[in-house]
Design a protein around this ligand. Structure first.
Ligand SMILES: O=C(COP(=O)(O)O)NO
Ligand code: NA
Ligand SMILES: [Zn+2]
Length: 305
């Protein structure tokens, strides 16, 4: 059933498990996410970026809402990285049940103002809100302290921000970053910072940039003709530790992008005569389902629905 982000994330924080929020751009990705979560009796969030809305529009949103609505597990449709008040309201009009307003690149006061505007409007319509404080960016362990503090989330500021905005959940900068190249080798996750923020707050916390970029998938990507540098993602143990301390929503996009592309490359390379799209997109759906299953197990949401 289609529910709000709070319906999924408040129990997750209380239960000290994480729920993945996967980006979608088409039917097969959406099916891999929701059907796998249903099979494992796990809540799940499906998110669309503004780019996905540009690419698939109401057609794609309706596919997500229809599959979610018929599923026997709780599913939220979330706007990922909403860049403005208008964008957030447009998503709500499209039927999204959770929206992010990402004003983290603005100074604190402006981030508060932007976020509060969205919170007031979204709450009036029963929709949950995600905001962000601190700026995502990989950190290397050699970074000197003040530089690190420059963009990782300050625990005291997080308390103020939550009080002044009323946001339902908060994305915090803790060392993760978007994409396949999260920093040289395994990203350094500032667990002390997560634990401090978790002690001072009660709302669900969000980790962006949480693809694991599994070496096996990267190897298959190269072997099937793909070109990729020394990609690396967040370690499963880091995710598991973080979900024990307030992290309830875990954003994953790159892992599904890599898996779908690997499957498609392998099919086309191994079957040059193939031109039935079902024989190309079907295996992509299957491999993405394996990635979804792994993440659900790592985050501990299996059986929670
Ligand atoms: O944070 C993400 C996705 O991060 P990844 O690139 O690590 O999948 N989306 O908002
Ligand atoms: Na988001
Ligand atoms: Zn993100």
């Amino acid at each position: 059933m289609l529910v709000t982000g709070n319906d999924i994330l408040v129990p997750a924080r209380a239960g000290r498990y994480g729920v993945p929020s996967f980006n979608t751009n088409n039917m097969e990705i959406t099916q891999a996410i929701i059907h796998t979560a249903e099979r494992l009796r796990s809540p799940v969030m499906v998110q669309m970026s503004e780019g996905a809305i540009k690419y698939g529009g109401q057609d794609l949103a309706n596919i997500v809402k229809d599959i979610a609505g018929r599923a026997t597990i709780p599913v939220a449709l979330h706007l990922d990285h909403g860049s403005s008040y208008e964008s957030a309201l447009k998503a709500i009009k499209m039927g999204f049940t959770s929206v992010m307003i990402d004003a983290s690149h603005h100074p604190f006061e402006e981030n508060v103002r932007e976020t509060r505007r969205v919170v007031e409007a979204a709450h009036a319509m029963g929709i949950s809100v995600e905001a962000e404080l601190g700026r995502l960016g990989g950190i290397e362990e050699h970074i000197v302290v003040d530089e690190k503090d420059a963009f990782l989330t300050d625990p005291e500021e997080a308390v103020q921000f939550i009080e002044q905005t009323g946001t339902d959940y908060l994305a915090i900068a803790i060392g993760t970053s978007h994409g396949a190249y999260k920093g040289k080798g395994r990203p350094y996750i500032d667990h002390a910072r997560i634990e401090k923020i978790a002690q001072l707050t009660t709302i669900p916390l969000v980790a962006h940039g949480s693809s694991g970029v599994p070496a096996e998938i990267v190897g298959r990507f190269r072997a099937s003709g793909g070109e990729i540098g020394d990609a690396a993602g967040i370690a499963d143990e880091d995710l598991q530790r973080a979900t024990g301390h307030g992290i309830a929503k875990v954003n994953v996009d790159t892992d599904l992008r890599l898996a779908s592309t690997v499957a498609i490359r392998e099919v086309l390379q191994q079957n040059p005569k193939e031109f039935d799209p079902r024989k190309v997109f079907g295996p992509a759906r299957d491999l993405m389902g394996q990635i979804v299953e792994h993440k659900l197990r790592v985050l501990g949401s299996v059986g929670k629905a």
